[in-house]
Design a protein around this ligand. Sequence first.
Ligand code: CMX
Length: 442
Amino acid sequence: MNNLKEKLYQKIQEHRPRITQLLEEHGDTVIDNVTVAQVIGGMRGIKSLVTDISYLDPFEGIRYRGFTLPEVLAKLPKPDRANMPFVEGLYYLLLTGEIPTKEEVESLVVDFKNRRVVPRYVWDVIDAFPSNSHPMAILSAAVMSLERESHFSSNYKNGINKMDYWSTTYEDATNLLAKMPLIGAYIYNKLYHPEKGHRYPDPSLDLGGNFAYMMGKDSPYDDVSRMYFIIHADHESGNVSAHTGHLVASSLSDIYYATSAMINGLAGPLHGLANQEVLRWLQGLMEQMKGEIPSEEDLKAYVWDTLNSGQVIPGYGHAVLRKTDPRYTVQREFCLKNMPEDPLFKYVDALYKVVPDILREQGKAKNPWPNVDAQSGVVQWHYGVTQYDFYTVLFAIGRSFGVLSNIIWDRALGYPLERPKSITTEMLEKMVEPKNELASMT
Ligand code: CMX
């Protein structure tokens, strides 16, 4: 076992009795009530999932293993001359809850490099797609094509012990995480820069550095990639991508099936695809302004036009958050430091000053503040990734770290098949009419 896997095994052994004790001693304790609005309204807020990887406070935002994003970015070891940490170190933190030493991360970086080999048939699958296909559809299919490599599935057929499910799942997850950036870069080059051809990985580089290299981008795009993958990695378990990954894996489908499914969930415009929608929306504004700097009145009119035509303002609002998303703030600070004069960034910043008041005035959105997607495309655009259909692929690579860490722990703790109960509308109507029931009994 490598050092991360050994440490993880130790953590799993320490954690298992806690779940056993909760179930045996408190299995019938009620921890939440469920309202009709929650059942009809997408199960908002019902406490029904367990994860120790991250927790999302509505006002504070996300914490990974108890650390805020600024703490994660400050504490995790960084490659020499880099301003952002190793993404591999984030994986260590998510899996074990501990900040790794530089030596521990460097050993994991070597392990990731050894797993970077992508079979030829994956490139063939990608190449078979028409060049006007959406990159998320290609990514999902590319991940799916790797399913035949699953150690979990081949071992399951041979009768593996339940207590060992986590081990082969760890191998599958780490293999896929090491390959995802290569697959993402290949899709980018195939769709947008076919003239440049495919770059092979540089064995001297960490995950973020190698991704930038394979995308054909110079520094600081390596740091942009590290930051991007880290801040998108996890947002507790109830969001569509994380929940989908967990749900699919709960039937003991292997992580290739689960990751492909989570990618499909992320590809919706109310979730991960919102980052490309923000860019599309901003471009519309810039076109309308014909190169002029918009006044506050121009911005307000554009926002109201969008709302009045029955569309949402992409990059604003959230199902859980009730303040500015710290993932937005991390990226805003990066922009202020590295690209304060970027024209698109200036638009985004100007919108930050007008959109929340307008959403409050409209009175529908529970959270008028920006989320991660309001800023992320602007950073990519600045560094030359202007093909905004690609942005959600970057989100997906980052999100895989959280989803797969969760699935490894799901297997380690023996979490069962997910199976909530559904009822009919008629049953719901009867449940809320106790008086009528009493009347009919008399
Ligand atoms: N612009 C306009 N209206 C909005 C809005 C926005 N940014 N955010 C919410 N609303 C509306 C909803 O559409 C809903 O309207 P109806 O009552 O007509 O259906 C009403 O306000 C209440 O919604 P809510 O409870 O505040 O928000 P939800 O939990 O239902 O949805 C989200 C959350 C993110 C889907 C929603 O805020 C939205 O559509 N935002 C824009 C898309 C976006 O940025 N998505 C990315 C989220 C982050 C991520 O997952 O990547």
